[in-house]
Write a protein that binds this ligand. Structure first.
Ligand code: SAH
Length: 357
């Protein structure tokens, strides 16, 4: 697919034509990765964060948030829940928590791997290469780090660099790959100031980076953040600003599937938040093949508020898992019971494994 075609689809507003694109992506999804929808148990284990990202409710300056970091035993109980429910993968996500030591997380990973057969995915933001190596050696399988937008100036604006360290997410993605992680990234769609051309760049970057996982969700304004408090500020010129709608997010998911057929693509919580009743089904029908039931226990799950009214925030872990399975079946698909590694990773595994050893 050429850049011009990508741009045309991103500018397309005719619902009939968009539906034809989404159907094409769904057909490619079926051929390339099949009808199984892989399930990942998501544990949001810490909402402490040193960053000041303009989009995220976890930003350090947000004093209206009850902060927490779960204990090791609490996390391991979640791992047991995921294992017993046949979820296959545990995703450990957090803010950029400076108090979380490399040894502590390595221990959690090691214990999880020792007592379950789960694949472990980390999503804990920007960390030193030595930390990433230690966690890989402890047994971590995958890492998610969205680059959020490939427009470097926009990224610097919405994700101010920490004092000592420039935010180099592309460098970290390369390091993760070299360490043999199954590597995921992604973007938000509809960030104020993000243009159609920027999203075309994002999609081309997905292909160039040869990602194993791609997460795409609409930007959801949070009133306790600078981008949520003044949503009109920083918008790109009329006609160029990407709308933060479910339809646009579906189009970007569909294009990601067409450009990267062998990748694992989740139907994200942010998209479900916008689509309401249809929830996760929307993403599953336009190219996605992964769902991430949130199994974070009470009272923490309500406190991981990256944006308000997060889909499923009020459900128990058990209910969330049941709802996800029902969603998969309602889409005439098959709930996965295994690890669900990305076929893209398997394709390049010999080199990836050599580099990681
Ligand atoms: N601290 C980790 C995990 C962040 S939460 C990291 O930075 O990688 C995971 C993702 O949620 C982020 O990468 C971002 O793309 C998304 N997110 C954050 N705030 C959001 C918002 N207001 N609307 C939509 N998505 C958001």
């Amino acid at each position: 697919m050429t850049r011009d075609t990508i741009l045309e689809w991103l500018r397309e507003r005719d619902p009939e034509r968009l539906r034809s694109l989404w159907a094409r992506a769904d057909a490619v999804r079926r051929r390339a990765v099949g009808d199984t929808v892989h399930l990942r148990g998501l544990v949001e284990f810490s909402n402490r964060c040193a960053r000041q990202c303009l989009y995220c409710g976890l930003r350090a300056e947000n004093s209206g948030l009850q902060r927490y970091r779960m204990g090791r035993e609490e996390i391991l109980r979640c791992a047991d829940t995921a294992d017993a429910a046949g979820l296959g993968t545990l995703v450990l996500q957090s803010g950029e928590d400076p108090g979380m030591t490399v040894e502590w997380l390595a221990d959690v990973v090691r214990q999880t791997k020792a007592r379950t057969g789960l694949a472990v995915t980390l999503s804990v933001g920007e960390r030193a290469a030595a930390d990433l190596r230690a966690w890989r050696e402890a047994g971590a399988d995958r890492y998610l780090l969205r680059f959020e937008t490939s427009n470097a100036a926009l990224f610097r604006t919405i994700h101010p660099p920490c004092a000592a360290r420039p935010a180099e997410r592309f460098t970290q993605l390369r390091t993760l790959r070299e360490l043999g992680y199954e590597t995921g990234s992604g973007v938000m769609v509809g960030i104020p100031g993000q243009t159609i051309a920027d999203v075309a760049d994002d999609l081309e970057a997905f292909r160039r980076l040869d990602l194993d996982m791609i997460g795409v969700g609409p930007f959801v304004p949070h009133p306790a953040t600078p981008l949520g408090a003044a949503p009109a500020a920083g918008r790109a010129p009329a006609g160029e600003q990407v709308p933060n709608t479910a339809s646009m997010a579906c189009t970007v998911v569909a294009l990601a599937r067409l450009l990267c057929p062998l990748t694992n693509i989740p139907s994200t919580t942010a998209l479900a938040t916008l689509t309401g009743a249809d929830g996760r089904g929307a993403g599953l029908r336009v190219g996605a093949n992964v769902l991430m039931p949130n199994i974070t226990p009470e009272p923490y799950r309500g406190w991981y508020e990256i944006y308000p009214a997060k889909s499923g925030a009020a459900r128990s872990a058990e209910r969330e898992i049941a709802v996800m399975r029902e969603t998969v079946l309602a889409c005439s698909r098959v709930p996965g019971m295994g690890r669900g590694d990305a076929p893209n990773y398997a394709r390049r595994a010999p080199t990836a494994l050599a580099a990681g050893s």
